[in-house]
Design a protein around this ligand. Structure first.
Ligand code: BDR
Ligand code: CA
Length: 309
């Protein structure tokens, strides 16, 4: 039986690759796509999610609007510099078809999936953690139905949005703290430390483009991001952060994890949004399974294989 999966996302060019990856993976049954603000405003991320489902021919998957802003404080910054003003590398307007919008709020759709699934549900959270935190806060009775939460976010080293903070965590630190300290749910954190090592080289993206019609569209969506990555890091590549996390959600154990309690810095100093590990042997839990290592070539090949015809 495929594992029921909810994708909580803010598309986003690497979100686009991640969503399509999940839809092409027989190990999971994507039961809902829930959307938050993040890389760009919800007014863009929501239609983007609907466009991605239409692109993949999966207009049957419920797609629902979630948070338009963080839980407590306003969002400090978006990531249009990386993802384009439209969130899809300037290509959103060329994707005309949109899957229908489920009129229910994202948390209601999540709870419906949890209530009706015969198996424990995996939640892949690849944007700000607002929707996922709201689900945990408002429906504690359903927590036992969550098999695991796989989060793309955080960094044990440098951040990518501030010196200390990764984008998804910085976008809503209070929500991230709630999710990463939630007892009774296995949480896997896929941080920048690993996703940057898994950046897809230029030839990988070219092969993606040549390998299938949908791969060509994804490579096109990645074009501006690839150029920005080259400018920033001096190499022809694109970090597919969210796709790496999705692969772990699809095939558990793909990434090698280390159990560590994680706290999120929620103060307003220079560390805001940092994911702080507690490495003491007697550190109080709950433990987060932090994905710090993997066979990088195998990860990239596995993502590529699932995206080509
Ligand atoms: C994360 O932030 C977003 O910009 C990406 O989509 C990814 O989820 C990487 O830090
Ligand atoms: Ca994302």
């Amino acid at each position: 039986m495929p594992t029921p999966l909810i994708i909580d996302t803010d598309p986003g060019v690497d979100d686009a690759v991640a969503v399509v990856l999940a839809l092409r993976s027989p190990e999971v049954d994507v039961r809902a796509v829930t959307v938050a603000f993040g890389n760009v405003a919800l007014g863009f991320t929501l239609p983007n999610a609907r466009k991605l489902l239409a692109l993949a021919g999966r207009t049957d998957v419920p797609v629902a609007a979630g948070a338009a802003r963080p839980l407590v404080y306003p969002q400090a910054e978006e990531a249009a510099d990386w993802h384009g003003a439209d969130g899809l590398g300037g290509r959103a307007a060329s994707l005309l078809a949109e899957a229908p919008l489920d009129p229910r709020p994202a948390v209601d759709v999540m709870t419906e999936v949890l209530r009706h699934a015969a198996e424990p549900v995996t939640i892949a959270s690849i944007g700000p953690l607002t929707n996922t935190a709201l689900l945990l806060a408002t429906h504690p009775e359903l927590i036992g139905r969550i098999g695991r939460i796989v989060v793309m976010g955080g960094s044990l080293g440098a951040g990518n949005t501030t010196g200390a903070a990764e984008f998804n965590i910085y976008a809503d630190p209070e929500a991230a703290h709630r999710v990463l300290t939630q007892p009774d749910v296995p949480v896997t954190l896929v941080p920048l430390d690993l996703t940057m090592r898994c950046a897809a080289p230029g030839p990988w993206i070219d092969a993606l483009s040549a390998g299938s019609a949908i791969g060509a569209v994804l490579a096109d969506i990645l074009l501006a991001y690839r150029a920005a990555f080259r400018e920033r890091f001096g190499r022809d590549a694109a970090a597919l952060h969210d796709a790496v996390a999705l692969l772990e959600a699809i095939v558990p154990g793909t990434l090698r994890t280390t159990p560590l309690p994680i706290r999120v810095a929620c103060d307003h100093g220079p560390g805001r949004g940092a994911t702080v590990p507690d490495g003491r042997p007697d550190a109080p839990g709950p433990m987060v399974h932090v994905a710090l290592d993997a066979d990088v070539d195998a990860v990239l090949e596995e993502i590529a294989r699932r995206l080509r015809d």
